[in-house]
Design a protein around this ligand. Structure first.
Ligand code: GLC
Ligand code: CA
Length: 555
């Protein structure tokens, strides 16, 4: 397995709108990020993944881009960007940009032109189809944010495809001009000195030529078999690699919904023809009761099976990302841990141990290092996210589900849980803004905030800091071989990592009760490199406290 800097790095994701507001308008911005680089340096991370900062009408908070080479007014200017980049570099922190090129905003100049006439030079930049018969979309596909995936445009009396909102028309990657435009834009950013790209829904850029109706689930037909891992996706990524990526020492991560371990070997194989790593969702997908919406906890057995399969099948062949949450997921501690008082900190540390001792590049989502929790939503007015609002209207508005049934599913899984402002201190608005934040601050900020946690060496923050440092000191964490133990335990997640003479034993209890565990003979006398409880791990059978986690290292 080749050694690479991006395999050894720890990434921190910033969702700029909610990170730090520097000018009191209630919206996080670039100057705000620059002002907190020392905090990130202290935490010890190597790379920032910056969610989109480009010009955007914000139908989907920046994931709908109207100009790829300009900064969103609310976030600042290109000068602010350059300053942030150079200040990050001074601290040895790299910046990876979000690249959203499956679609643009409908306000992007390409689309403004495209919709004008069938003869327009930009017409073929997007995916246009005739309706079936008057008033009917070309097929039954549903969009990820609800409704049909087709929008009728009266100017030319045709429909365009949008896999997300109708303000996010899909680009036509089969058009070589589109690919060249994207590659030129990427080159422009690379020349500016950025350090890589996180590629938004990159597994969706190639669609099948035929677009038949999909199997109907819930409301609409399933487009995935025709749009995810499509026929030319690998050819296009290889072309991108050849024309852009291979020319720079950058990190590339593909957000690849629907990827399998087999396909990951193509997207992110050791041979390096496409991307460095995939960012896949199998372990965070639950069998939603209603589409992705559910209030059920994922079973630990299932979680272990999925994560272990990715660990073993990619070993030596491809590279994966490690994460519990991001801007599209609920907060890790609320979902996989236990956010009740008395359990929150210890379970947040346990989850961190479980993830950070695995193989792959770890991603920390802003606030996760503080053990930030889900937001206690009370009513629909508190939501900002287009996906959450549309889902409520679709499921409850149609009368299919009652408010009472759908509410816990929505409140528990909404992306807005991750988007409340970072809790910096116990002052008003958690120190995020002196104005009115664009989305409510979690009321628990007086207790959970960066100021308190950086001052307390027993905090979740300091635990993350230690995990990051351990990865730097111990190549076995990066390159060691993984093996799952106690496969059938419904409470304990236990595995080993081995590289040359070194071996790690990682023990994590997902239980809120005491659990018994026997230290395997080969680890008797091994040293404990990290633990979230004051326990001694000598030998024999031990009693694990709720959510206890520890790592033993044998030299
Ligand atoms: C990705 C992003 C998500 C966005 C969607 C459409 O999944 O992570 O936030 O809404 O793509 O761009
Ligand atoms: Ca601001």
């Amino acid at each position: 397995m080749d050694k690479r800097w991006w395999k050894e790095a720890v990434v921190y994701q910033i969702y700029p709108r909610s990170f730090m507001d520097s000018n009191g308008d209630g919206i996080g911005d670039l100057k705000g990020i620059t002002s907190r680089l020392d905090y990130l340096k202290y935490l010890g991370i190597d790379v920032i993944w910056l969610s989109p900062v480009y010009q955007s009408p914000n139908d989907d908070n920046g994931y709908d881009i109207s100009d790829y080479q300009a900064i969103m007014d609310e976030f600042g200017s290109m000068e602010d960007f350059d300053e942030m980049l150079s200040e990050a570099h001074k601290r040895g922190i790299r910046i990876v940009m979000d690249l959203v090129v499956n679609h643009t905003s409908d306000e992007h100049k390409w689309f403004v032109e495209s919709r004008k006439s069938k003869e327009n030079p930009y017409r073929d930049y997007y995916i246009w189809r005739e309706g079936k018969e008057s008033g009917k979309a070309p097929n039954n596909w549903g969009a990820c944010f609800g409704g049909s995936a087709w929008e009728y445009d009266k100017e030319t009396e045709m429909y365009y495809l949008h896999m997300f909102s109708k303000k996010q028309p899909d680009l036509n990657w089969d058009n070589p001009k589109v690919r060249q435009e994207v590659f030129d834009m990427m080159t422009w950013w690379c020349e500016k000195g950025i350090d890589g790209f996180r590629m938004d829904v990159i597994s969706m850029i190639s669609k099948t030529k035929e677009m038949p109706d999909g199997e109907v689930h819930d409301f609409y037909g399933d487009a995935n078999p025709y749009c995810v891992n499509g026929p030319n996706v690998h050819a296009y990524l290889q072309e991108m690699n050849e024309k852009v990526l291979s020319k720079y020492d950058i990190m590339t991560v593909g957000e690849t919904p629907g990827v399998t371990t087999e396909l990951a070997k193509q997207y992110a194989g050791e041979n390096g023809h496409e991307l460095n790593m995939v960012f896949q969702f199998e372990h965070v997908e639950s069998d939603g009761k209603y589409g992705k919406w559910t209030d059920e906890k994922v079973s630990l057995i299932r979680l272990k099976k999925t994560m272990s399969r990715w660990q073993t099948e990619l070993y030596g062949k491809a590279w994966n990302s490690l994460f519990w949450d991001n801007h599209d997921q609920p907060r890790a501690v609320s979902r996989f841990g236990d956010d009740r008082p008395g359990y929150r900190e210890v379970s947040a540390k346990m989850l961190a141990t479980c993830l950070h001792m695995m193989q792959g590049t770890p991603y920390i989502y802003q606030g996760e290092e503080l053990g930030m929790t889900n937001y206690p939503f009370q009513n629909m007015e508190e939501f900002r996210d287009i996906e959450s609002i549309n889902a409520y209207n679709e499921w409850c508005g149609s009368g299919l589900l009652s408010h009472q049934i759908f509410w816990p599913c929505l409140a528990g899984k909404s992306r807005d849980n991750a988007r409340t402002p970072v809790q910096w201190d116990d002052s008003e608005n958690a120190g995020f803004s002196t104005g009115t934040p664009w989305i409510a601050v979690n009321p628990n900020y007086k207790e959970i905030n960066a100021k308190a946690e950086t001052a307390d060496t027993g905090s979740v923050f300091h635990y993350y800091k230690k995990l990051i440092a351990l990865r730097k000191q111990n190549p076995v964490i990066v390159y060691g071989k993984y093996e799952l133990l106690l496969e059938d335990s419904e409470e304990l997640f236990v595995y080993t990592r081995a590289l040359d003479e070194k071996k790690l034993l990682v023990v994590c209890s997902f239980s809120d009760e005491e659990e018994k565990f026997t230290i395997p003979d080969e680890f008797i006398g091994a040293s404990c490199i990290i633990s979230n409880r004051d326990n001694v791990y000598g030998s024999g059978r031990i009693a694990l406290q709720p959510y206890e986690a520890f790592v033993l290292m044998k030299e």
